[in-house]
Design a protein around this ligand. Sequence first.
Ligand code: GLA
Length: 665
Amino acid sequence: MRPLPIPGIALGCDYNPEQWSPDVWREDVTLMRSLGVDLVAINVFGWSEVEPRPGEYDFKRLDSVIELLHQHEIRINLGTATASPPPWLTARHPEVLPVAADGTTRHPGGRQAYCPSSPIFRERSLALVEQIAQRYGRHPAVALWHVSNELGCHNALCYCPASAEAFRGWLRDRYGTIAALNEAWGTAFWSQRYGDWTEVGPPLAVLSLRNPAQALDFQRFSSDQVLEQYRSEVAVLRAYTDVPITTNLMVTAHIRNLNYWSWAPHLDVVANDHYLDHRLADPAAELSFAADLTRGLASGRSWMLMEQAAGAVNWQPHNLAKDPGELLRNTLAHVARGADAICFFQWRASAQGAEKFHSALLPHAGTDTTAWREAMELSAVLDRIGEVAGTTVEADTAVLFSWESWWAAEGDGRPSEAVHYLDQVHHSYRALRELGITADVVAPEADLTRYRLVVIPCHYLVTDAQAAAVRRYVEGGGHVVVTFFSGIADEHDRIRLGGYPGAFRDVLGIVGEELRPLLPDAAVALDDGDHGRLWTERLRAAGADVVRRFADGPLAGGPAVTRNRYGSGLAWYVATQLTPDGMRRLVGDAADRAGVRPVAPENDGTLEAVRRRDGRRSYLFVINHGPHEAELAAHGQDLLTGEPVTGRLRVRGGGVRVLREEPTP
Ligand code: GLA
């Protein structure tokens, strides 16, 4: 990983000059200067312009845009232009097009209409990257390379013949022999035993349930294949440039096909795209989670927000504009959680195309608008807080996150379709956030020893090494809260036998006999007055204390929450989905016992406080999403207003404060 290419907290945006004439470009750069834009992503969707016909390159317009930005001292985040193939490529080579699980082809006319395993796509895209790298690899305005765009957003899973061939190659590398594959996939079941590699393929649509191990490996393969496109482009770029290279990840609630833990080591800079998702119950809490996970991908170091929206998006069923102050609150939530660059999709709102109703820094109505004034205000705020750049977020708690568990826990034939991995992660995370606790979101292989408390939600698929790491951590004094449907299967999605949750049974001091999910609208009473939903288990304590019991239904009197002393640590198990209040109480109890130090007072989720430090300096970000004034103890100077704060920090409803902290006198 390398430092971000712009000092301070950079302001940036996507810019699509292809959509505009040169006189508009000149107005754009002047306005970019007045807004204080530092970094502009261009040529992201440029392929059909820079290579209008196969092998015929035309860089006239791109040259002019680059020179114009350079003259105005605006740095460039240069796209490799491979995000979407031009019509000539898919018309000449329809075999490049992606195929869905039902065997039907997805056509051009949208974007990203290519198979990630297509040799033709790879060849043509790399030829283009080579041209671009040769031409601009040493250009002084280029501060960063932007490979493709949101790789795998639409096309991660392709089932075409080229994908099938690549999948077989991937499986051979993984398993070596067909016998090992049969073993791993459990093909003795339903007469699925393979005699030869040629019989193996991707998990196409079937009449019944699919083989979950096959589907899981296909997810792994697909993530690797999309990453391979990234790595291939990087390899070409590296021959011509020393500038950092990245791509924009999609750590967000609706994209799940890419295992970014395996991507992160290949990125010079971790960059994420994040849009508030109004389909969720608490979009601001999801933003915090996504930002913490992005920081996890950056191993705790600074990262960049490569895209967010100044106002509404255009791809949700109901595209809500931002409320007054919301842009500032969202932005500072990202910065508080480690973002040192804030970029937007996009600079100027499009007049045509599928995204013409998507907001931009410069709206259709121009600069005499509230949106523009808010953008100007935001830019001034980013300048005022520039000194926080490079500091790291302080967290003594972690949430364990696993894309493999996400995939496997939602495989065919599971106990309940109502149990969604990400919902369960959000449920745990929300309790921490409402307790005012800052959490790192970490990989299942992460070193846990620096945390006082680790929450392990719905971690269904657990390798032996991961189980051993959790065991060692608790043995050495760590505290964990494990929630239901964790520790069930090994890396091949094979059940760990002998009682649930096999991977954590000893640490938790319990034996689960039977998984008993509930119907979606059912609830079960607990003996502390709370109730559980979605899930119950017939459990028996095998060393653990029973903290809460089921109070009605067939499991009445049986354990619902347990706590086990293991080595010098403490391990909690939660066998149902507690209410948000119940979960907050439980996690609060676990956090107290672990000695966790919250940053904000307990609240209903509307008050966020996060601390960034670098040893000498310490900054407190406070964001009040609620309508009422909030108060907390603090000392220092407000970077936004210059005011001193001595003892009590007040934050008006909807307001934000950023404090350079001083030690309490
Ligand atoms: C993604 C893409 C952009 C644009 C935005 C719209 O982030 O990278 O090209 O489509 O979504 O929200």
